[in-house]
Design a protein around this ligand. Structure first.
Ligand code: NDP
Ligand code: 8X3
Length: 253
């Protein structure tokens, strides 16, 4: 039977690589994001390269009405989702608590926390109806240790950690697996978004060591999703070899 993955934030970085990985294994993909052109491009690539079916839905996860309009009442053939990857997210700025902007904080909370909750709430009924399912939430090493000037980004990822634990308990009766994947630094568009297109600042994040790649996270996600029904990876921290935790990366002597 055809398998279906729904991955949010598939226009870039981890989400795009995850869609490509699962499509390469023959899974049909529901891909989401705000940038419609990129979604359409990815849909064409996946269809052409892997002969899978793709449903592209463009919406902003911050907007409750948009999320439910897009995900409730999916066409019947798309309702039997096997895996939901809550990946859409971002950091906005990296400023001290006293200097950080309220707007940045609100964007991160609305996207990383509320967006993940809205999408999960819209998809879980399909899992419950099927009597199975798998939610994979993208947290971060920032969920595990707060770092200097990481304040609200770290708080949103701690929330993802807590929500994952809560989902795991509450959704057990429905045989829904919940996995939280917590990556360290990975070179995607993440830092360009965080620093509003400041290339020098974004590149400096990855200077002096080899960070993770989006494909590393896609492979990890695939591993978690392809285990037998009785096995669930609950919590997985993955960093590049140069990184020990949220605030210690070895960049040479
Ligand atoms: P990218 O910036 O490359 O990708 C982010 C994706 O999220 C894009 O597809 C973007 O799509 C989507 N997105 C952002 N905001 C919204 C929104 N409001 N509504 C819908 N989609 C949205 O970053 P990454 O791939 O690196 O990040 C993916 C996830 O991994 C995030 O949750 C991030 O916090 C987390 N993470 C990243 C790490 C890193 O070092 N890169 C490390 C640990 C965790 P669009 O703009 O088209 O809407
Ligand atoms: C993204 C990685 O180190 O910027 O979650 O928090 S970090």
């Amino acid at each position: 039977m055809d398998k279906i993955i729904l991955v949010t934030g598939a226009t870039s970085g981890f989400g795009k690589a995850i869609a490509e990985k699962f499509a390469s294994q023959g899974w049909n993909c529901i891909i989401t994001g705000r940038r419609k052109e990129r979604l359409d491009e990815l849909a064409a690539t996946l269809t052409d390269n892997y002969a899978v079916k793709v449903l592209a839905l463009h919406f902003d996860v911050q907007k409750k009405a948009e999320v439910f309009a897009a995900l409730q009442g999916l066409p019947a053939a798309w309702q039997s989702i096997d895996v939901l990857v809550n990946n859409a997210g971002l950091a906005a700025g990296r400023d001290s608590f006293d200097n950080a902007s309220l707007e940045h904080w609100e964007t991160m909370i609305d996207t990383n926390v509320k967006g993940l909750l809205y999408v999960s709430k819209a998809v879980v009924p399909y899992f419950i109806a099927a009597g199975k399912g798998h939610i994979i939430n993208l947290g971060s090493t920032a969920a595990k240790e707060v770092y200097t000037n990481g304040n609200v980004y770290c708080a949103t990822k701690s929330a993802v950690d807590a929500i994952s634990k809560a989902q795991r308990i509450d959704l057990l009766p429905h045989k829904i697996k919940v996995t939280a994947i917590h990556p360290g630094a990975a070179e995607t568009e993440f830092s360009m978004v965080r620093f509003k297109g400041d290339t020098a600042k974004a590149n400096a994040v990855y200077d002096g060591y080899e960070p993770l790649k989006a494909e590393d996270i896609a492979d990890t996600t695939w591993y978690c999703a392809s285990l037998p029904p009785h096995v669930c990876i609950n919590d997985l921290v993955i960093t590049c070899t140069a990184q020990a935790n949220s605030y210690y990366t070895y960049k040479g002597a």
